[in-house]
Write a protein that binds this ligand. Structure first.
Ligand code: UDP
Ligand code: MG
Length: 312
């Protein structure tokens, strides 16, 4: 039986890109020996994207449209796409031509060679200074502190096998970074490298502030390290001030100040307060450990991921 490829395209105010994208996609997909569906997720656009999508979906029943009631963000739009596609694999693609669609056959070829996740990796970035270095810093921090490895330059332009998609559907968390969750799932990966193109029409839906927010919530959802910082700091402060306190007690009260240091009352008070602050922070760290447990129970991630079952 002929296999089906699903294309998932999140759309936010892309009225001018939609007709162009549709034409180019049809050309590329027409050359592939596969059945296909194009699934547009209209993420609460407030321009004419909805009517543009309507126009092509009435003419072509391979085009499917999901329309959100408001803007939920690209991560959620991609999730909705993955929840509603029917293909043997799905390819996620930006609507603004920043992901070169001529590479789609290459993704499919790697998939046919056995890769279950094919990730598009951007080799040079045409983004502005803040975005470029911001994302560099984000990936550096993430790979340091979280257990899921995120590759810098890895984009959402990627292909997922049916098996990966069905496991992806089990995630229940609301704050999500689709890339991060896919990385967490594992599976056999392969990469396609491409040069980033500038956006063709319209403006990026992700301004700097929105990206910073996404970065923060991704760090919080994929890593518990920030929660534990207070605890580490507390242990450090407690140790240092404990040693200082011990020194004062020995020097001043036990040996009667042989080195003539003349600790004042306020110095002693400062050390006592520091010690107590250290203890409070350590306790916060302890609470953080409990919260970490609650957090991992609440987000309810699958506890294991299966690639395949034989003879069931
Ligand atoms: N997008 C979306 N919802 C949003 C913002 C963007 O679905 O709230 C879509 C947008 O239409 C595009 C893709 O996500 O297809 C990438 O968006 P954008 O170009 O703004 O992001 P960037 O390329 O700057 O990462
Ligand atoms: Mg873009």
């Amino acid at each position: 039986m002929q296999k089906t490829i699903s294309l998932i395209v999140p759309v936010y105010n892309e009225e001018r890109n939609i007709p162009l994208l549709y034409d180019r996609l049809k050309k590329v997909l027409g050359r592939c020996p596969f059945n296909y569906e194009i699934l547009f997720v209209n993420d609460g656009s407030n321009d004419c994207s909805a009517s543009e999508l309507k126009k092509i979906s009435v003419l072509d029943n391979k085009v499917k449209v999901i329309e959100f009631s408001r803007n939920f963000g690209k991560e959620i739009a991609l999730t909705a796409g993955l929840h509603n596609c029917f293909g043997d694999c799905a390819i996620m693609l930006d609507a603004d031509f920043q992901h070169p669609l001529e590479l789609i056959p290459e993704f499919i070829a790697k998939w046919e060679n056995g890769a279950e996740v094919v990730v598009g990796v951007r080799s040079n970035s045409s983004e502005k200074f803040i975005k470029k270095y911001g994302s560099l810093v984000f990936y550096k921090i993430m790979s340091r502190i979280s257990e899921t490895e995120l590759l810098s330059g890895a984009t959402d332009f990627r292909l997922l096998d049916k098996a990966v998609i069905s496991e992806f559907r089990r995630f229940t968390e609301k704050n999500r970074l689709t890339r991060g969750l896919i990385a967490w799932l594992g599976f056999k990966r392969d990469f396609v490298y491409f040069n980033a193109q500038p956006r063709i029409n319209g403006v990026p839906g992700y301004g700097t502030l929105k990206l910073v927010k996404l970065a923060m919530s991704s760090i919080v959802s994929l890593s518990l390290f920030p929660l534990k910082i207070a605890g580490y700091l507390g242990i450090f402060i407690t140790l240092v001030s404990g040693i200082m306190g011990l020194f004062i007690v020995l020097e001043k009260y036990i040996f009667n100040d042989p080195w003539r240091m003349n600790f004042t009352g306020s110095a002693i008070l400062a050390v006592i307060i520091l010690f107590l602050v250290g203890i409070i922070l350590s306790c916060l760290g302890l609470i953080a450990l409990y919260i970490a447990h609650i957090h991992s129970e609440v987000i309810n991630r699958p506890i294991y991921v299966i690639r395949k079952r034989e003879n069931f």
